[in-house]
Write a protein that binds this ligand. Structure first.
Ligand SMILES: *[C@@H]1O[C@H](CO)[C@@H](O)[C@H](O)[C@H]1NC(C)=O
Ligand SMILES: *[C@@H]1O[C@H](CO)[C@@H](O)[C@H](O)[C@H]1NC(C)=O
Ligand SMILES: *[C@@H]1O[C@H](CO)[C@@H](O)[C@H](O)[C@H]1NC(C)=O
Length: 530
């Protein structure tokens, strides 16, 4: 099903490909919606969904070797096809432009589109590259995976310095690519104001800041290239990021009861409650908790309460992680002042806030019918510091389900275990979709009834249970509607109803999960999924 404009809250600005190979290459938006031979030999006869070699947006011999190697260790023909289609998807289709900054030819830039929307999201692009961590090694050549990472970090730094409250950006001027139009943004009233030639959408999402830090930490850990971070505007971007997040910590009311000026406001003319913020663009009132208030969720939807707990978890985790990069710069003689200490202190306050206000007492599911209901502690998805909480999860990462994936806690953590059990049940999560085709967490972004493969993937990444992993993986293999790619969402009872045919992040994450299984549970890749 072609996503209706209504389902695509983030607005499909249809790409007009202008990359070097564009003239003879099919638009991947339409290419990915039809099936291409040769089909896989299993019962699902999955399409060959990779563009032809000359139409790929980035090629890497290491990637091709990995695809060959890993497919050889997958016994099921449909699962193997799904892996070879999905894992390379970002490199095959989403590296829209690479080049250098006009102001500094040594500053690499990578403009990475999310897929079917011609703009670069901080979160999506960081996650899209994150899939290729196993291919990332020190390499000074621009034409390398390391070069792609550096280019994305540099461009994200520029984006953060341009409009630190915004989440999605237009092509850099150097690319010569025309800015995409975003009709939904035509009615935006946003403070601070932004430039439409540079920004595609300006929803303040804490996880966008966390994504920049995560991408930086990943590159640093894999390459130990601390010097890179002192070369361009990374330190300035971290400063902007701290100031931005810092401005979103305060509670709504001051000591005399006065209403504080919000550092960020967003409102839009819309019929969707999730596309604008309450209280004239400020959102629901909050009390100071140590956590950072986010305008929107990782789904780009407005939330119910200001503190998105998983976004704060991820932010705290990578703020502390990135402080080590700053330490490294200090050791190289770069003047960093007390920046690393400031980052660690901020991270510590957020962690405290999560533990104190993000964990709530809730009645045990089902109760036991004997008088007072038993209670247990679980993580809430959102809180306001006054005691109100949203008990749910949303499929987009960072989700609560993904907390061990981004390293905030161990998957053995008792509160996490209880939270996870609730989130994967119809009783404990209003956005858990159960169905005959696929059962998975969804979210308000596409709405009830639509399960998100991304959440199924995260479920596998956070499971030690072979039975659970196999049944979830089986649903993923069976529910691509023959197209052999990860959709954004699928009607949990009808595999031919889905949204987004080209969602690079989910594709990469699927591949990442297969690599994780190859390492953790290789026997599962030997099974049949027919
Ligand atoms: C895949 O790579 C690993 C490690 O590099 C190697 O030991 C293994 O033999 C390779 N497998 C195949 C099927 O090529
Ligand atoms: C039911 O809940 C009550 C209140 O928490 C508790 O005291 C009691 O032991 C529970 N009964 C059973 C059978 O679990
Ligand atoms: C599933 O969705 C397709 C496409 O909308 C529709 O044609 C078909 O009738 C649906 N199947 C069922 C069983 O509802």
């Amino acid at each position: 099903m072609k996503p209706s404009p209504l389902l695509l809250a983030t607005v499909a600005a249809l790409p007009s490909l202008t990359t070097a190979q564009s003239t003879s290459c099919p638009d991947y938006s339409s290419f990915s919606q039809s099936r291409h031979e040769p089909f896989s030999s299993g019962r699902y006869a999955l399409s060959s969904a990779r563009p032809s070699p000359s139409c790929r947006t980035f090629t890497s011999p290491a990637l091709e070797a990995l695809l060959t190697n890993v497919s050889a260790s997958i016994s099921d023909p449909d699962l193997a096809r799904l892996f070879t289609n999905t894992y390379p998807n970002t490199l095959d289709t989403a590296v829209r432009w690479r080049g250098a900054a006009a102001s500094d030819p040594a500053e690499e830039l990578t403009f990475l589109v999310t897929g079917d929307i011609d703009a670069m999201w901080l979160r999506d692009s960081a996650n899209q590259l994150q899939s290729y961590l196993s291919l990332l090694e020190p390499d000074t050549k621009t034409d390398s995976i390391a070069g792609l990472f550096r280019g994305a970090i540099n461009l994200q730094a520029r984006q953060l310095l341009t409009s630190p409250f915004c989440n999605a950006f237009q092509p850099p001027a150097e690319s010569g690519i025309r800015p995409a139009s975003n009709p939904a943004a035509d009615t935006d009233a946003v403070f601070p104001p932004y430039d439409k030639d540079k920004v595609f959408e300006c929803k303040f999402e804490l996880d966008s800041l966390a994504a920049f830090l995560q991408l930086s930490v990943s590159y640093h850990e894999a390459t130990h290239d601390a010097a890179f971070f002192g070369r361009h505007s990374w330190l300035k971007a971290v400063r902007a990021l701290l100031d931005t997040a810092g401005a979103m910590v305060a509670g709504t009311y001051g000591p005399k009861g006065e209403v504080r000026e919000s550092a960020y406001r967003f409102s839009r003319l819309t019929t969707r409650q999730t596309e604008t913020l309450a209280n004239d663009g400020v959102g629901a009132p909050v009390r100071e908790t140590g956590m950072v208030r986010s305008g929107f969720r990782p789904s780009d939807d407005a939330g119910l309460f200001g503190f998105v707990v998983p976004a704060n978890m991820m932010f705290a985790r990578y703020l502390a992680g990135a402080s080590l990069i700053v330490d490294g710069l200090g050791e190289e003689g770069v003047e960093v002042g007390g920046l690393a200490e400031e980052m660690r202190a901020f991270s510590g306050r957020v962690v405290e806030g999560v533990k104190r206000f993000g964990v709530v007492h809730v009645p045990v599911l089902g109760g036991n019918g004997s008088g007072e209901a038993a209670v247990e502690t679980v993580y809430a998805y959102e809180v306001d510091g006054f005691g109100s909480a949203a008990l749910m999860d949303d499929a987009n990462v960072p989700s609560l389900l993904a907390a061990p994936v981004f390293g905030f806690l161990a998957d053995t953590d008792a509160v996490y275990r209880r939270t996870r059990a609730r989130l994967l049940s119809q009783e404990g999560n209003p956005y858990f979709m159960k169905g005959s085709v696929i059962s998975a967490i969804g979210g308000p972004h596409v709405g009830p009834g639509m399960a998100w493969p991304m959440a199924s993937i995260v479920r596998i990444l956070t499971s030690e249970d072979d039975g659970e992993i196999v049944s979830v993986l089986k649903e993923l293999v069976a529910s691509t509607d023959g197209l052999g790619l990860m959709h954004e969402s699928i009607n949990s009872n009808n595999a031919s109803q889905w949204t987004r045919q080209w969602f690079s992040w989910a594709n990469g994450l699927f591949g990442q999960m297969i690599l994780d299984l190859k390492f953790r549970k290789p026997h599962i890749l030997q099974r049949s999924f027919q």
